[in-house]
Design a protein around this ligand. Sequence first.
Ligand code: HEM
Ligand SMILES: Nc1nc2c(c(=O)[nH]1)N[C@H]1C(S)=C(S)[C@@H](COP(=O)(O)O)O[C@H]1N2
Ligand SMILES: [Mo]
Length: 483
Amino acid sequence: MEAEPKPETLLKNKAQTSYPVYTRQEVAKHKTVESGIWVTYKSDVYDITNFVELHPGGDKILLAAGGALEPFWSMYAVHKQKHVFEILEEYKIGELRPEDVQETCDVTDPYRKEPLRHPALKVNSLKPFNAEPPVQILSENYLTPNEIFFIRNHLPVPEVDPKQFRLNIEGEGLKSVQLTLRDIQTKFPKHTITATLQCAGNRRSEMNGVRQVKGLNWGLAAIGNAKWAGAKLSDVLKYAGLPEDIDAKHVQFEGLDKDITGSPYGASIPIRKALAKDGDVLLAYEMNNEPLPRDHGFPLRVIVPGVVGARNVKWLNKIVVSKEESKSHWQVNDYKGFSPSVDWDNVDFNSAPAIQELPIQSVITAPSNDEHLNSDMNEITVKGYAWSGGGREVIRVDVSLDGGQTWRVADLSEVKPNEGQAWAWKLWQLTVPLPKDQKNMEIICKAVDNQYNVQPDTVAPIWNLRGVLNNSWSRVKVTIKSK
Ligand code: HEM
Ligand SMILES: Nc1nc2c(c(=O)[nH]1)N[C@H]1C(S)=C(S)[C@@H](COP(=O)(O)O)O[C@H]1N2
Ligand SMILES: [Mo]
């Protein structure tokens, strides 16, 4: 019996057939669903009409309609991966006339002015730059050093001259106000908080164990804790004349980092959080007693404690008080949670709210998965971090050394926050005798916050196509070996 051809061979065969040849002008006529949406990559022409709805990056794909993908893909280098080229290959319909091939390939790299980064960071993507520290280092410091604090950029890092910098504020019932960096540092009281910032995609890689998700392959360290100082957003909004009886429901933020169309990174938060007396939302200019590093938003960023990283807009350019949420791609078509039943062919981003406060989280940072422990050791120390969104304090971390059959309570770092303002993580540890009679151990941790929210025990029931909000029990398997 003849074996079924593998998909790779099918692709190869497909590539060998001869294709019609098109000019750039002919391709440029295909920009709409009616005419078909065509794009080019190098010397090939693709009809992607049927892919547009399935595109994980949303409508942005239409920017390339009728033209070349290269300038956009040099901006969003997430595309330079095998699985993306495989998708593209399915839509090939033709080839470009040889004299038309060269034209678009000469792109100036928008990433040529990126800052230098600490070599210990594990790079998830270079352009845009995304990286996390080794998890063993993460739990060594209550305040994460700036140099190894995870970096999550969606676009090139903007170059900002602090003297030229202006923050623009506008919206419902406000005066339009422009503030210099000095204004922000001198006109308003300096407020300092210690707050943990966590990306919605922290621990995404564990979700791939259930089913492949789309996104950066974050490990356990897309999270960090820092001391932030700046002006209170509520003070600045009052200065701009924010009325008492305000209809607006949202505060929108725009960054200075822009995509190829000039559209900036953006996000919004509920105005309730922005104005709450104990909300502590900052326009921060310092991180751990230093000016903000370029990668973390120099010269000014929003810190929304208790709220998902994505709303903590860096390189802040503009604040808009509005009845509406931000229209940014990252507010509307990303950073939302879905049922495990939802996939890319039936997802409706309008059906879910934007993530704001994050759920209870805890992670084992030591020992690491697959570590070999020496059976001569008498004790083992398990370490980790624990944090909950919305200012909810972590009250307990339970640790199991036998896959969840029995539990012990870990020691928490003693920092007593005010009620509702537990913005910072707690580091925890537990030292126990090493079991002598065992060869393998599954260590688990799970945390509880002061509203008695708990973590789910496995990933499968919270799996979602974008791989966000993974707060399942943290598990580490170790072997105990004699020397
Ligand atoms: C036929 C052409 C295209 C294909 C096959 C394609 C495919 C994909 C795939 C598979 C992803 C998910 C990648 C991952 O996270 O592993 C993605 C994400 C994305 N794409 Fe595309 N894409 C195309 C064109 C474009 C164009 C022209 C733009 C911009 C102008 C664009 C913007 C984006 C953005 C913004 C994301 C999300 C990146 C993030 O996670 O922040 N795409 N695309
Ligand atoms: N202007 C701007 N702000 C941004 C982003 C961005 O790409 N551009 N990324 C967001 C996301 S998704 C996260 S998780 C945090 C990461 O902050 P950090 O890089 O300082 O760790 O910044 C947020 N603010
Ligand atoms: Mo994020």
